[in-house]
Write a protein that binds this ligand. Structure first.
Ligand SMILES: Cc1cc2nc3c(=O)[nH]c(=O)nc-3n(C[C@H](O)[C@H](O)[C@H](O)COP(=O)(O)OP(=O)(O)OC[C@H]3O[C@@H](n4cnc5c(N)ncnc54)[C@H](O)[C@@H]3O)c2cc1C
Length: 381
């Protein structure tokens, strides 16, 4: 067994790490204070191809594997999770529906412009009455002539306010529900009858917004149906499975940053005449953080590699998401403790990472829902 990254990915990791250290980490704290990502950095991310990491080369992307995608997400999340969230629609939940279920015309129309970042995209499943129980969605899509008419509401949708294209899951057959009754649609932001509702102010993840999306007799051309009518649930589950691996990689990046910050702080903060790192209580917290990071990285890259070999199980992605997002919660909590009062103050970067980390146990399926998926798999065996 060889757990080393292939040479090509080592080069990409090094380049992303250098870019993050030189250009992203230095502006991260300012971004947290102003809640704005500078336009020139967004332009740079586009220019360097980060919006098309996994898009196949024939559609203008880098065509990286799941392992490669994890490498980049880890490095960007180390700088600030917002960079991952910005590119994640185009590389993940906002584009995968088109990549896996779209026809050639849909792929040609959207993927190349998503890969350059000209079009931003997002994924809209959650509704006010359908979160964990996503199969309870109410949003209707009725076929009328050569259009589908969408009615309903989505909420908590990341980046919807700045996206041009959405993958939207709606009910086309009420009786069948998730068993062939849901369909996936590509909806463009200027579709008649669509508007963004409230921007939902949140605890963290607030450089990019979560939004309400309102569809009132929204007209979507029938040619924007993804796959066949009834493929919506399959599309949503596939998109979420790969998204969940990404949560593992992002947690690893955030953990690395926290450990680096804590090591610096523990070595320089002097109390009782010696650096706090001289205390075994602090050393043990650092040791526990390092052990969890190691386990997180092993799980994430093992699962990504297996997925690249075509070995896919929903439960494995759920195990990664569950373990890594819970571990980053513990790591962030210890980081606040090691920083003491300064860990609680907005002037140090710890508190914003702590808030960001909290959301990871909720979106793309809560920890409880991951346990549900894993336990079903265990019991079925
Ligand atoms: C920052 C953020 C970004 C998001 N971005 C998107 C996005 O881009 N697109 C999108 O579609 N959605 C998005 N979401 C929605 C997210 O996926 C949901 O919030 C999540 O699935 C949980 O649903 P809920 O919030 O309705 O909680 P609920 O489903 O109401 O759950 C409340 C609690 O009950 C628990 N629970 C529910 N059912 C069970 C059960 N059967 N067994 C045990 N416990 C249970 C949950 O685990 C949770 O602890 C985002 C959410 C957040 C917070």
């Amino acid at each position: 067994m060889n757990f080393d990254l292939p040479e090509e990915l080592k080069v990409i990791r090094e380049a992303t790490r250098k870019f993050a250290e030189k250009e992203l980490i230095p502006i991260s704290q300012h971004m947290e204070e102003t809640k704005v990502m500078p336009a020139e950095i967004i332009a740079k991310l586009k220019e360097l191809g980060y919006f098309g990491i996994v898009t196949p080369v024939e559609y203008g992307g880098m065509g990286l594997s799941n392992v490669g995608h994890c490498v980049i997400q880890e490095e960007l999340a180390r700088a600030n999770l917002a960079f991952c969230l910005l590119i994640s629609g185009n590389n993940g939940i906002g584009s995968m529906g088109i990549l896996y279920f779209g026809n050639e015309a849909q792929k040609q129309k959207y993927l190349p412009r998503m890969a350059t970042g000209e079009l931003l995209s997002c994924f809209a499943l959650t509704e006010p009455n359908a979160g964990s129980d996503a199969a309870a969605i109410q949003m209707k899509a009725e076929k009328k002539g050569d259009q589908y008419i969408l009615n309903g509401m989505k909420h908590f949708i990341t980046r919807a306010d700045i996206s041009d294209v959405f993958t939207v899951i709606a009910v086309t057959d009420k009786a069948k529900r998730q068993k062939g009754g849901f369909s996936a649609f590509i909806v463009e932001k200027d579709a008649p009858g669509f508007k963004i509702g409230k921007l939902q102010d949140s605890m963290g993840s607030d450089i990019l917004h979560q939004c309400e999306m309102i569809f009132e007799d929204c007209e979507v051309p029938a040619e924007n149906l993804l796959g066949q009518e009834g493929d919506g649930w399959k599309a949503a589950m596939r998109v979420l499975e790969e998204g969940r691996l990404g949560q593992g990689a992002r947690s690893c990046g955030m953990a690395r940053r926290l450990i680096d910050l804590c090591v610096d702080h523990a070595n320089t903060r002097v109390q009782f005449g010696k650096p706090i790192a001289a205390n075994q209580a602090i050393q043990w917290m650092l040791a526990d953080m390092a052990v969890e990071l190691y386990a997180m990285q092993c799980m994430t890259y093992d699962a990504a590699w297996r997925l690249d070999q075509g070995d896919r199980t929903q439960a494995r992605a759920s195990k990664v998401k569950l373990f890594c997002t819970e571990a980053i919660g513990r790591i962030a909590d210890r980081a606040v403790q090691i920083f003491g009062g300064m860990g609680y103050m907005r002037e140090a970067p710890i508190e914003s990472i702590y808030r960001e980390a909290r959301a990871l146990r909720i979106y793309e399926g809560t920890s409880e829902i991951q346990r549900l998926i894993i336990s079903r798999d265990v019991l079925n065996k």
